[in-house]
Design a protein around this ligand. Structure first.
Ligand code: ADP
Length: 635
């Protein structure tokens, strides 16, 4: 954040932000421009009419003219005030709308982002940083409307002020005014104009320098805010409530509050406010009074010499003071644009990450015969930033309609295999082929459509049950009900107060229904079935199910999966027995492949060892329950 940004780059990045925000809420910038116009000219309208009234009062005092000036002044000022108020309300509404909608820029990007990019810690940090900058002090995208308003108001105010001020310099002091005629010398006008300009610029730059302190401490503030975001709300987190109580972690949370915060009275900002930040800001305000003094002096002397009347004094003093303020505001805005450019940098780092997976153009033919064949050819993969191969030289071929199980110890590469199959990552070596064609050549969306996956950490949304299963508010109710019943959720569905319209969880509805882990898993499996893809992948499909529900699902799986290819990742080897093909992973390689009987026959093989380990466990469990039963019968 501390690196210097050129003015050109800062301007370019802000113009881009304006274009993008304009696309998100098209009305906002036009309405804001109108609001700035009224904001800029209103002070001058008042100054102009007051001056006319005063001049008339100080000279001819004609009632009908006075009356006209007063009426015109009241009408114009009143109209400007009403218009400004109405535009202010509209601007606020649109700004609130923009605040929410600008998230769409990130959401669209993140939805389209390659999963491998999304999974990178550095990109996760980038997202957090953007959020923290915005929450901390509105830096980043949401600072842009404010800067736009500062720039437009400053510019329009400058032009209006200049128009009202020209005659201050051009109106001559009459020749009979003695020494005051020296004021007619253009040098005075030039010195005054230059003085006003220099002081206004200096004031603007000092204020901008004070603002720059925010940028200088942005890293500390971002981190401080991140810590606050985590620790500050731990006590309120429902999911952590049990853990915190049972493990006596309250002290860890309290420790955060007893430590110093960057935002506290001893933090870097409070220190800066007492030091250079405060000094710059105060100096910026103080020196503007010099301009006011200079203007008063020049204007009064010219009026004394008879260049204009008392009414014009009001006009010139008012107009030049406002003008000087506008010049200062413009320079402050310019300085802040530079500071904010540093906060827009992570925004565009994120939005500009290329989506390399979307380059394929072939469509995956929607084959009515569902004859898909997948082949892994010498596939090797390691995670970004890792030295270790997570998969090494994997070769495999399978057809639609097969039941395949993937087994192996933790960390052996099962989930990675699935992630590559679903193209969440691309392998560094080798190829994955669908019907003989490298999957990178297919359109990404199309390819994704042929897989339904239930990952272990699946997530349901606090929306109606039916919407969850279909992934949409409009869906085929009969089909949703059928898949729910197929996975054994029928009885629970019948007990739900509003059937498919029952909202899951209580986040947004008091009548929402909390599901048990097993019930949620059934809904997730139903969701995968509803998608009706030729491949259905279940990662630990029955881990949260009770033994009865598990047996029920397996007993009916042929009916449930029909002609789909099903791939199970499972730790319970007993549940893989009915699969046509079992892949045994070890250290990122497929070390064995075959059906249960052939694999178990290899007594030195990995599968046999895994099987024996689990069988011993089951036997032990069985022995224990038998001896408990014996003991009970002897009592
Ligand atoms: P399994 O599903 O068999 O438990 P994984 O496929 O999840 O195994 O992991 C295979 C290897 O890849 C492990 O050594 C694991 O530590 C590593 N790994 C998994 N996910 C990541 C990741 N996102 N980044 C780096 N390494 C990972």
């Amino acid at each position: 954040m501390k690196e210097k940004t050129t003015l050109r780059r800062a301007a370019a990045v802000h113009l881009r932000a304006i274009r993008e925000l304009h696309r998100v809420t098209p009305q906002h910038f036009p309405v804001l421009t109108l609001y700035c116009l009224f904001g800029a000219i209103t002070p001058y309208v008042t100054v102009f009419f007051s001056a006319r009234v005063l001049t008339e009062l100080a000279t001819l005092r004609r009632a009908e003219i006075l009356w006209r000036w007063v009426l015109a002044g009241v009408l114009c000022t009143g109209f400007a005030a009403v218009a400004k108020a109405a535009l202010h309300r509209r601007c606020n509404t649109l700004l609130n709308d923009l605040y929410g909608r600008k998230e769409m820029l990130f959401v669209h990007k993140i939805f389209r982002l390659d999963y491998s990019e999304l999974d990178k810690q550095e990109n996760h940090d980038l997202r957090e940083q953007i959020k923290q900058n915005e929450q901390w002090s509105g830096w980043g995208l949401m600072h842009v409307p404010q800067l736009y308003s500062g720039a437009v108001t400053g510019l329009l105010g400058l032009l209006s002020g200049a128009a009202l001020t020209v005659s201050l310099f051009t109106a001559p002091v009459p020749n009979g005014a003695g020494w005051l005629v020296v004021l007619n010398d253009p040098i005075f006008a030039l010195v005054l104009a230059a003085g006003i300009l220099i002081i206004s610029i200096l004031a603007g730059r000092l204020s901008a320098r004070a603002m720059q302190c925010w940028g200088d401490f942005s890293e500390e503030a971002t981190f401080g805010n991140r810590r606050f975001g985590h620790f500050g709300f731990l006590g309120r987190d429902k999911r952590r409530a049990i853990d915190i109580r049972m493990n006596d972690q309250q002290r860890l949370v309290r420790a955060y509050w007893s430590g110093g915060s960057v935002f506290g009275v001893h933090g870097v900002f409070a220190k800066a406010a007492r030091g250079k930040m405060g000094v710059y800001a105060s100096l910026g305000v103080c020196i503007t009074t010099l301009t006011t003094g200079m203007i008063y002096l020049f204007t009064c002397l010219k009026a004394m010499g008879g260049a204009f009347g008392v009414g014009s004094i009001t006009q010139y003093v008012g107009a030049v003071t406002a003008l000087s303020k506008n010049i200062g505001d413009l320079f402050r805005t310019w300085g802040t644009v530079k500071s904010n450019a540093a906060f827009l940098k992570p925004v565009y780092q994120l939005l500009d990450i290329p989506n390399s997976m979307y380059q394929g153009s072939l469509t995956t033919e929607k084959r009515s015969d569902r004859k898909y064949e997948v082949e892994f050819r010498n596939v090797s993969f390691r995670y970004p930033g890792s030295e270790q191969w997570a998969l090494h030289n994997v070769n495999l071929r399978f057809r639609v309609g097969e039941r395949m199980a993937v087994v192996g110890e933790n960390g052996s590469g099962k989930t990675t295999f699935i992630k590559l199959l679903c193209r969440l990552y691309d392998p560094q070596e080798g190829q994955i082929l669908l019907n003989g064609i490298d999957i990178r050549k297919y359109r990404y969306d199309d390819y994704m459509h042929i897989f339904s996956v239930v990952f272990q950490d699946f997530q349901l949304i606090s929306q109606p049950l039916g919407d969850n299963v279909a992934g949409s508010c409009r869906y085929d109710r009969e089909k949703v009900e059928t898949v729910l019943r197929k996975v054994g959720f029928g009885e629970r569905l019948d007990r739900m107060p509003n059937g498919l319209d029952t909202v899951l969880y209580r986040d947004f509805s008091e009548t929402g229904v909390e599901l048990s882990g097993g019930e949620a898993q059934k809904v997730a499996i139903a969701r995968a079935l509803y998608k009706d893809s030729p491949f259905i992948i279940l990662d630990e499909p029955t881990a949260a199910l009770d033994p009865i529900a598990e047996a029920e699902i397996y007993a009916r799986f042929n009916e449930i999966a029909q002609d789909k290819t099903t791939i199970y990742i499972s730790h319970r080897l007993s549940s893989c027995r009915f699969c046509d093909e079992i892949l045994v992973f070890d250290g990122g390689k497929i070390v064995q492949q075959g059906n249960h009987d052939s694999l178990i026959a290899d007594v030195d093989g990995k599968y046999n060892r895994l099987w024996q380990a689990q069988a011993q466990y089951y036997e032990k469990e069985q022995e224990e329950s038998t001896s408990e039963a014996d003991a009970a019968s002897h009592r």
